[in-house]
Design a protein around this ligand. Sequence first.
Ligand code: ADP
Length: 565
Amino acid sequence: MRDLSDILSANLETEEIEMLYDFDPKMPTNLIGDSMRLRQVLLNLAGNALKFTEQGEVLLSTRVIRQDEQTLEVEFAVTDTGIGIPSDQLEHIFFNFKQAESSTSRRFGGSGLGLAICKELVELMGGTLQVESELGKGSRFFFTLHMQCVSTFKRMTPLPQMRALVVDDNALAREILQKMVRSIGLECDCASNGQQALQMLQQTDTPAYQLVLVDRIMPGLDGLETTRRIRHLFGTQQDAPAVIMVTAQQELGMDPKEGNGVCDTHLVKPITAGMLSDAITTATSASSECSTRKSMLQGTQRLLGLHLLVIEDNLLNQQVAKELLHKNGATVTIASNGVEGKMRALAAIVPFDAILMDMQMPGIDGLEATRQIRKHPRMHSVPIIALTANAMSADHEACIAVGMVDHISKPIGLEQLLTTIERHTKVSQLKAETSLIEQTAKSATTVIDAAQAIESLGGGRDLYITLLQIFRTDSLIQLQGIKGALLQGEIKATQLHLHTLRGMAGTMGAIALQKIMAQIEIELKLATIIPPSTEEKLLLYNLAETSLNETLDQYDLEFPLEGMS
Ligand code: ADP
């Protein structure tokens, strides 16, 4: 399964699809079977599923159907939410060595031999490959095999009684992990985003959580940011929960160690019950080397909780900065040039605590990047610190002139780095317990002001809820409109969509969104004179999307949809 996920994740090209694994916790660790052929079949089925799914999920699952001392009956299934297969083709699909539709072959390529071979292999292993499918909804390929157990005895470290919170934006992924956490004997609740998790952790009328399993990539607050806020919420309290970061394999390229200073340990999907149990032991053991809480108690991490952006083109310097900052508890985002740096700075929902800016870079240099970042009202107060090779006073003046607050000279030394950052981020004050609880509460309330909007509607809460249903879908349609028009360079059409979305936001009391829309509209006025570059277009779109996501998340929290967990 691990091999399989290595290969599959390398084939996952789009972020629109989530590759999920759901392994029955009752599966013993060792089984006798033809692992190579089994892998070949599952790889083929999952490969097809990914190929014919544009959006949604591909789920690879195992389910124990029957089990005794020596044998196990287990169902393997690959389920997708893809294009599906027409019912009149279903019976032929394993046989005629041709593709379900000739048009498919033009669109997707392929020989049409894969399924025939799979069917044969499954039969040789003693099962029958079957398929269920609905056009436009998706397909499910499955088969059951009888296998011999080597040993049904599974050694698992007994875990103490604990209450866990699973945080994931994908409903199915959430459910799978919750089921697994419960199967190893823990109580488990779920949150569908970072904000909700933070609120649940703060509730005082329910038993506390000792463990949080947080998905790495989520819209709004991502896994790192959520963890960072959890750390601030609990400070050095003894009852701070342990945090395990859950990462999908394909995200590892981003930097597997990122966030190491923040969370207690990582889990890489696909997750088995054994892996989960081990990770929990690691994360909660007091002796754990990587226990952030431990180092917090010792007060060694001087930048704990800070989120820093480093804009630097030189790989070596990137590495040095990152290492030193990580070690001291900061979360670090790297941008390799001025344009990317500007995009990352502006796209961050919670502004960075500080930006470290290299001066000499190809393309736009540090001075120009700073100038462009400072143009945006949200970016007026973010401390931007120059990373400079020559500490000539002329340079220093140029830095100050464009709005930088200080400089650090290269080669980067630890003490200078830390004190300069501390000086401008008031990290000591942050540490002194004030801080993020208030900040979180504040940012949570300023995203939307529903009470105000309801009042403007003449107090009609029911009306508001009805409008909200419409807003939930129409806002996304407008966002699509913005994307399409913007990328095509149709500025007028973009403005129209922006304007509509801004109006809708106004009605709904979506204050933050309204502001961002207005800001983008202003930017676009300029665009009618100087056409924006692709990067700038993407940046603007990113801003719109991030803000809308955050808004919708907040609505989901305050006005949960019926039937939502
Ligand atoms: P190929 O090598 O062409 O992919 P397969 O035998 O694996 O051949 O698949 C045969 C055909 O069955 C595919 O071309 C496609 O039309 C259909 N098919 C297979 N899997 C799926 C799926 N998960 N969803 C939709 N169609 C599928």
